[in-house]
Design a protein around this ligand. Structure first.
Ligand code: MSP
Length: 504
């Protein structure tokens, strides 16, 4: 069976409104999915994590049942993703029956094989982080997560455990044999160090509250993290020998923020192995967007409202900033000044002006018709660019990919500045003018194709104004052959792609 590309994001807790951090991971996944689709079948999964104490607490504070609360919040999350042109193929909610049945089936299966067993759990529990902490890790008796620091409670209950310790050696070997399966390197190293210290079994049930998937046969609910991780396989119909499942699993890339890498790179592969399935091919634990040096998030109350950012910079303006600003993997800081500057300099100026200048010269000199191509240095100079950009994206180096694309933006702008089409026009040098205008239009067509995964909204507009219909999302190996734009194509000058922002 042909394998397909499968990319996932974490499923987000809906104990409140989405913020820019949630949009970030989802936008990155969208770029990967859109790029992969130009080459073949791809499946992009995102969704919401609706069980657990955090969501239950938020609901009760609002005087609603947890399910009512989730149902009320979902439209806001889905609307945000729609505003960002997120092309997910499936949006999973852990309260959906399709998911709950898989969670229960997994639990039963592992109870049969002995990987899930009944034991006693006693320990310090932070309900905000949904995490048990060793006494030695507590800071002044409180939750050691620097973003949290809340009071912890002593829990003592009969719990179901997952035999994580049994998989410790196999995990370590897997890390050693596959040095790139967890990226970036810092994440990999941290997890190897943790494995060397040893692993304890992992409690996967809760009897202190009831907002979760019921344990088959009774005795509480399944721990929210065990429930949540399974979304990645419940969405693609996990069960023995299901062809759809095997088409997509193991996932090509699982994107997460670095704060949840322990669950995704230690617990998750072990659960998969216990089920006889493979570990994902790559887990990428990216860095955080920070504000004044601190992670942006709900807990700190410094969440940036993504809807407001879209109002100001457009969805593509925000997408561009998030992908261009940091090296993917590292933390980077957000500021209004930074996003505004990139927007004005790179989108409004470099790209937007290039596009508008080209189409308005075409209108003035050539009745908006694409001229005949002539001699050009561009085909040779940029022949390797598309494959280079594809590789950089596949390697999750989004900033480098955008910089590579910008080499073409810069070269086209320079061609205008150096060859001064207005002088060629005055001098009546038809051949030189046509050759230059053709290169500009063809270069812009290339830019639209290569930028489509990053800027889906604006590139669709570029495409229409260039007089093109289908093809924006086709295989680059076929579309990006210099000369693909037909002479006499009717272009149309429209409004500025990225209107310049007046800054205070
Ligand atoms: N529900 C769990 C994940 C379960 S996955 C099986 C969870 N949810 S969350 O709502 O807290 O979302 C966390 C994820 O949102 C991070 O891992 C990251 O992908 C994204 N981000 C949240 N804040 C972020 C930043 N400030 N910066 C970058 N990404 C951020 O954890």
């Amino acid at each position: 069976m042909t394998r397909a590309y499968y990319v996932t994001t974490p499923i987000y807790y809906i104990n409140g409104d989405p913020h820019i951090g949630h949009a970030y991971t989802t936008i990155v996944a969208d770029v990967l999915a859109r790029t992969a689709r130009t080459r073949g079948d791809a499946f992009f999964l995102t969704g919401t994590d609706e069980h657990g104490q955090k969501v239950a607490d938020a609901a009760s504070a609002a005087g609603l049942s947890p399910q009512e609360w989730c149902d009320r919040l979902i439209p806001k999350w889905q609307n945000l993703f729609a505003r960002f042109d997120i092309s997910y193929d499936d949006f999973i909610r852990t309260t959906q029956l399709r998911h709950e049945l898989v969670v229960q089936r997994v639990f039963e299966r592992l109870r049969e094989t002995g990987d899930v067993y009944l034991g006693k759990y006693e320990g310090w529990y932070c309900s905000n982080d949904e995490t048990f902490w060793l006494e030695s890790k507590l800071v002044n008796g409180r939750c050691p997560n620097p973003e949290c620091g809340r009071e912890v409670q002593w829990l003592s209950e009969d719990d179901w455990f997952f035999r994580l310790s049994k998989y410790r050696d196999r995990l370590l070997q897997h890390f050693l044999d596959n040095p790139h399966w967890v990226r970036p390197r810092s994440a990999y190293n941290e997890m190897v160090a943790m494995l060397r210290e040893g692993l304890e079994d992992f409690s996967i049930s809760r009897s202190s509250f009831d907002w979760g998937v019921p344990i088959p046969g009774g005795g509480g609910v399944i721990y929210v993290w065990f429930d949540a991780l399974l979304n990645y396989i419940s969405a693609i119909d996990w069960s023995r020998d299901d062809p759809r499942f095997h088409r997509y699993w193991p996932a090509s890339v699982q994107l997460i923020g670095k704060e949840i890498m322990r669950f995704h790179t230690l617990v998750w592969p072990a659960v998969l192995w216990a089920l006889g399935e493979e570990a994902p091919k790559l887990v990428f634990a990216h860095g955080w967007i920070t504000l004044d040096g601190q992670k942006i998030g709900k807990s700190l109350g410094n969440a940036i409202d993504p809807f407001e950012l879209i109002e100001r910079f457009g969805s593509d303006g925000v997408r561009y900033f998030l992908l261009r600003e940091g090296h993917f993997g590292s933390d980077f800081s957000y500021s209004e000044a930074k996003i505004a500057q990139r927007y004005n300099d790179e989108l409004a100026n470099d790209l937007g002006n290039l596009f508008r200048r080209t189409l308005s010269m075409l209108e003035r000199y050539r009745n908006s018709l694409v001229p005949q191509p002539g001699d050009s240095v561009f085909p040779e100079r940029f022949a390797e660019l598309p494959s280079r950009v594809q590789e950089l994206i596949a390697d999750l180096r989004f900033r480098d990919a955008l910089e590579a694309i910008w080499e073409l933006v810069t070269a086209l702008n320079r061609a205008i500045d150096e060859r001064k089409p207005w002088e060629l026009y005055k001098a009546g040098d038809v051949r030189a003018l046509d050759a230059l205008l053709y290169d500009l239009c063809e270069g812009l067509r290339w830019l639209a194709v290569m930028l489509a995964p990053f800027l889906p909204e604006r590139t669709a507009i570029m495409w229409r104004q260039l007089g093109l219909e289908s093809g924006l999302h086709d295989d680059w190996r076929e579309t990006l052959v210099w000369g693909g734009l037909a002479a006499d194509t009717q272009t149309s000058l429209g409004d500025a792609l990225f209107p310049r922002l007046e800054l205070a």
